[in-house]
Design a protein around this ligand. Structure first.
Ligand SMILES: O=P(O)(O)OC[C@H]1O[C@](O)(CO)[C@@H](O)[C@@H]1O
Length: 249
């Protein structure tokens, strides 16, 4: 895993945006895998800025988001559909038919998961996948204990994830208990992965990522087996890992 160490969230966002823009320019028909949450917000702002200043076009780009809450409609302000429209899609020239997120309102959730995986495969997979990391090491919504062989599936959210994401909701009670998420094996099929982390609250997860074995209890640890992963992390997120490496010298 390649590591790019940056000063802060702003630098992380710029570095990630730079790589995404390069991908879009080199292959305007790329398929991007996108994430939600706090981590990629600055990156999406940078993409919008670049679109306005340099007219980088997304007309032929296709996107697949990692996850969506079960039970939230696309126009629900807490849904990841809404987040993506507000934070990126409404501000660039991507056609709506090129945008894909799992449908959290599907009547048959199992069939919806299968449809999502089939569509990713049909469109020849993901060229560049953006990932954040949960404080408990989750990627997408794959919580600790999820099989590394998992495909897109319904995940029961842990209390710690619901608490971490409650900041977007009126109260913890409103945070859905389940989500649809690309599985670990779905994520690993991406040809390139950009993992992003910023802030001290991510320091423990990043430390475990490097200092603990590849284990299903630490979902992000599987990324160490992929041959094209770059971690872009800021000083705070790297602090615990760097402290441990200093101590072992
Ligand atoms: O970026 P945050 O808000 O810290 O969340 C970490 C990860 O957890 C999720 O919210 C769950 O999918 C991701 O969107 C994100 O990458």
């Amino acid at each position: 895993m390649k590591i790019i160490r940056v000063k802060d969230d702003r630098e992380m966002s710029k570095q990630a945006a730079r790589r995404i823009i390069e991908q879009v320019r080199q292959n305007p028909e790329s398929t991007l895998g996108l994430a939600t949450g706090g981590t990629p917000e600055g990156t999406y702002k940078e993409l919008i800025k670049d679109y306005q200043e340099n007219q980088t076009s997304y007309k032929q780009i296709r996107t697949f988001n990692l996850d969506e809450y079960v039970g939230l409609a696309p126009d629900d302000p807490n849904s990841y559909h809404f987040y993506m429209n507000q934070n990126l899609f409404d501000h660039i020239d991507i056609p709506s038919e090129n945008i894909h997120l799992p449908n959290g309102l599907a009547e048959d959730l199992e069939a919806e998961c299968q449809r999502y995986d089939d569509l990713i495969a049909e469109l020849d997979g993901i060229d560049l996948q953006i990932l954040g990391i949960g404080e408990n090491g989750h990627i997408g919504f794959n919580e600790p204990g999820t099989s590394f062989q998992s495909h897109t599936h319904v995940e029961t959210l842990t209390e710690s994830t619901r608490e971490a994401n409650a900041r977007y909701f009126e109260s913890l009670r409103d945070v859905p208990t389940h989500a649809l998420t690309m599985g670990i094996s779905t994520i690993l099929l991406s040809r390139e992965i950009l993992l992003m982390a910023s802030g001290e609250h991510k320091a423990e997860a990043i430390y475990k990522l490097f200092y603990e074995d590849v284990d299903e209890q630490m979902p992000a640890s599987i990324l160490k087996t992929h041959d094209n992963v770059t971690l872009i992390a800021d000083e705070q997120a790297l602090s615990r890992m760097e402290e441990a490496s200093r101590e072992s010298m």
